[in-house]
Design a protein around this ligand. Structure first.
Ligand code: NAD
Length: 474
């Protein structure tokens, strides 16, 4: 961890002071003003597209097509969705009146939380920094954003973009490692939105408790994919291979491991190998030569994943295909492992790399029994053409998100809440859910009569009778 300079500390304090002074102005900003700010992000992103491609390639060889699909498209969609809906989200929401409070009128006001801190990870370093920023701006907040030090080129791009578009009294970026987050987390914020690992999520939550600051924790974990006995195998395998090996497996909602029904296990292994070859080795030059295959972000993560692989092999896992790696390039080939067992570290820790461990089953109750002992995952995927099987799995498991016969794409659905449950996260984001997360839902009750005065003391014979009737009638 770096040592924070006094200059950075002073800069952070200056920004906090300036942002505090701009809260009232931001709070009273209109939907049109907020949308203009969102549009400026979109315009900058398109005008500086090549710079973004270069930054993400320099960080971990992310192919430009994956930058478009998994970084830019999500940002564009969130902005478009906010543009169409923000005015209605911001409107006070009228509610019905319970009979007991007849004569009153209630509504919910969405007021900005105020000073917000966003801490972002490195794996989708642009999207996962900017999407929460879109929600925070939509809700009328001031923001300090801390991108990840492990994707320094994208972090520098974000810093340049934000400095160009925003006054630091509204949005400011502080780059750096845990020393910067630690200092920021010691300050008073009204909301903290953290995306990263469960281990650091716990540190964030502990720090937030100092001022009882609300938190959104978008965390990770082991997301299972379940392949049923009745399944459209080729299509399912293609979707799973895409979801697993995109971004080199460094996706929080990638299928971490797979349960495959005994009946289709052999065909599954064959189809997965064929698909991987078709995706990344069509010209037979080797997968490491493919421009479409990213790399592990750094040596530390490379070593971590290889140690999971070696532990699994040592404990009896078999390599169906893959298993090749090259330390000099942080390259690990797409790998499928069979004969995996729960005692292997690869079945206990989030893999966050291009290795797919497989376990087989004969009865769906085995899956339920296994999952009820595990932390609740961020995502759970079911691949099946049998609705009874699918409903059985969905109704007997808990996860933050789920998808049937696909994976990953639930993240892009602006009408669905995105987030984990317990160990995989707290709070939701995406579309209106993101706006709400950065808003305080203030209840307002307006009294227009004084019907309740009959219940005020002194409690006479008559009022006591009335009060007793209240219990009977309402
Ligand atoms: P991380 O937890 O190591 O780091 C995330 C952020 O926290 C970075 O900005 C980092 O600088 C900061 N940080 C690191 N140490 C800190 C400390 N001691 N105190 C305060 N802040 C600290 O996570 P990562 O490696 O960047 O990302 C990978 C993890 O994030 C995986 O677990 C993945 O599943 C999860 N993730 C979740 C989502 C989601 O939407 N739920 C999305 C992407 C990644």
């Amino acid at each position: 961890m770096e040592i924070l300079t006094q200059q950075t500390e002073e800069l952070i304090e200056e920004v906090l002071y300036l942002q505090k002074s701009s809260l009232l102005r931001l709070r009273n900003s209109t939907a049109t003003e907020r949308i203009l700010k969102l549009k400026s992000i979109e315009t900058y992103m398109f005008d500086h597209k090549q710079e973004l491609f270069d930054a993400l390639y320099a960080d971990f060889k992310k192919p430009s097509s994956e930058v478009i699909l998994a970084e830019m498209l999500g940002v564009k969609r969130e902005i478009a969705h906010a543009k169409s809906n923000l005015a209605s989200w911001m409107k006070p929401q009228k509610v019905g009146t319970p009979l007991l409070l007849l004569g009153t009128q209630g509504h919910v006001l969405f007021e900005p939380k105020g000073m917000c801190l966003i801490i972002a990870p490195w794996n989708y370093p642009f999207n996962l920094a900017i999407n929460p920023l879109i929600h925070a701006i939509s809700a009328g907040n001031a923001v300090i954003l801390k991108p990840s030090e492990l994707s320094p080129n994208t972090s520098a791009y974000i810093k340049k973009m934000i400095t160009h578009l925003f006054d630091k009294s509204e949005v400011a970026v502080f780059e750096g490692d845990a020393s910067v987050s630690t200092y920021l987390l010691d300050q008073r914020f009204d909301h903290i939105f953290f995306t990263g690992s469960p281990a650091i999520g716990k540190i964030v939550m502990r720090a937030a408790s100092k001022y009882l600051t609300s938190v959104t924790l978008e965390l990770g974990g082991k997301s299972p994919a379940i392949v049923g006995p009745e399944v459209d195998l080729m299509s399912s395998v293609q979707k799973m291979a895409w979801g697993k090996f995109l971004n080199n497996g460094q996706t929080c909602i990638a299928p971490d491991y797979v349960f495959v029904h005994e009946k289709v296990a052999f065909s599954f292994m064959e189809a997965m190998e064929t698909t991987v070859q078709a995706f990344y080795n069509k010209e037979n030059k080797g997968i490491s030569a493919s421009d479409d295959y990213a790399r592990i972000v750094n040596e530390r993560h490379f070593e971590r994943i290889i140690s999971l692989l070696e532990d699994a092999k040592f404990k009896g896992a078999k390599i169906v295909f893959g298993g090749d790696y090259n330390e000099n390039d942080c390259f690990i080939s797409p790998t499928l492992l069979s004969h995996c067992t729960p005692d292997m570290r690869i079945m206990q820790e989030e893999i966050f790399g291009p290795i797919l461990p497989m376990m087989t089953y004969t009865s769906e109750s085995e899956i339920i029994d296994y999952l009820k002992e595990e932390e609740k995952p961020l995502a759970l995927y079911v691949f099946s053409t049998d609705d009874v099987f699918t409903e059985y799995i969905l109704n007997n498991t808990s996860s933050g998100t789920s998808a049937v016969n696909d994976c990953l794409i639930q993240f892009g659905h602006t009408e669905l809440p995105f987030g984990g449950v317990n160990h995989s996260g707290i709070g939701k984001s995406g579309g209106k859910y993101g706006f709400t997360e950065f808003s305080n839902q203030k209840s307002v009750l307006k009294q227009r009569t004084n019907l309740l005065k009959n219940f005020y003391p002194p409690y006479t014979f008559k009022s006591k009778w009335l009060i007793e009737q209240v219990l009977r009638w309402f």
